[in-house]
Design a protein around this ligand. Sequence first.
Ligand code: ACO
Length: 342
Amino acid sequence: MINDIGGLLLAAPAVQTAPVIRSLLAGAGGYLPRRVLGNEELALSVDTSDAWIRERTGIRQRHIAGPDETACSMGAAAARSALAAAGVAPQGIDAVIVATSTPDQAFPATAVSIQHALGIPGGFGFDVSAACTGFIYALGVVDAFIRAGQIRRALVIGTEVYSRILDWQDRTTCVLFGDGAGAILLTAGEGSGTGADHGLLSTHLHSDGAHADILYVDGAVGRRDRPGTLRMNGREVFRHAVARMAEVVDEALAANNLTHADLDWLVPHQANLRIINAMGRRLQLPPERVIVTVDRHANTSAASIPLALAEGLADGRIRPGHLVLMEALGGGLTWGSALLRV
Ligand code: ACO
C-alpha cells in the first residue's frame, strides 16, 4: 500500500486483519431419566391437579432421576451424545465446564468426574454455580477461554437433579421441576469478521444478590444441620423473570446491531410456558420459532437450555446459519443471554 504524504511516497506495511476466533457449535446432546412423573400421578401425593399445573405453567410431566442417576452420570451421558453428534473423540477435549446446583459431591467438581468418566486424558474442568442461568454463565466462561486462544474444544454441560432438593409436600415448588442433562461441544474456529458470523456472537451475564430471598436453597453440604431444600416466592420470581429477561434480550440484540427480525429461534430457559410466551411475544416471534420443552421436561434448571437446543437441532428445526437467542433467569438472582449463529 502506498501513502502519499506531503509529496513523499512512503511504502506502508500491508494491513493484515487477524482472524476472529469464535466458539462454534459442533454438536449437542441430552439425557433424560427413564422415570416419567405425570401431573396426575403427582396429584396423588400432594394437593394439586393436572388442570392447575397445566394452566399456570404448561407442564404436563417431568423426568425423575433413579437411585443410580446423578448429575455426573446424566451429564456424562449428555456429553457422550454431544460428542457423537459432532463426531469428535473425547481425546481431543481441552476443557469440561459443568453448570449445576445439584452436584454429586462438594468436590471433586462434577466436571472433573465427567472428564474422567469420558476418558478425557488432559485439559481441565470445573463447575459453575448460577442456578437456572448456569448454562449461560458456562457459555460465557468457555467463550472467553476460546477467544483468548487458551483452549480449542470444550464441553459445556448443564446437569441437574432438582428432585433431590425439593420439598415433595410443598405444592408451590415440587410441581415445577424435573431432572436431566444437556451438553454442547464448542470448538474454536474463524469468524468471518462481519455480517453472517458463525458461532457465539455474545454472552451477557448479570447477578444481583438483593433478591436472594425469593429463590434459594436453604442449606448445603457445608451445613450439617441442613442439606438444603428449594424455597421460592413464585409471584416475585415471575415478575423479575419477565422484566430482567426482556432487558437482557434487548441488550444482546443492541450489542450485535441486530433486531428481533433477525432472529430465527428463541431457546429460552424452560421455567414456565407463560414466561416463555411473554418473551416470544416481546420478540415478535411466532410460537413455532420458540423451542419449548417445559411441557415434557418441566424446569431442569441449568440443563433446560442445552436440552432444548439439542432437541431443536436433532429434529432439524434449528439448522446451520440460523440465529439463536438463549436467555435465562435463576436464583441469585442471576440472569443472562447468549446469541449463537449455528
Ligand atoms: N396446585 C394447586 N394450587 C396451587 C399450587 C399447586 N401446585 N401451587 C399454588 N397453588 C395455589 C396457591 O396456594 C394459591 O392459593 P390461594 O389463592 O388459596 O392462596 C393459588 O394457587 C395461587 O397461587 P399463586 O402463587 O398466586 O399462583 P401463580 O399464578 O403466581 O402461579 C407459579 C404460581 C406457577 C409458581 C408462578 O408464580 C410462576 O411460575 N412463577 C415463576 C416461578 C418459577 O418459574 N420458578 C422456577 C425457578 S426460576 C426460573 O427458572 C425463572
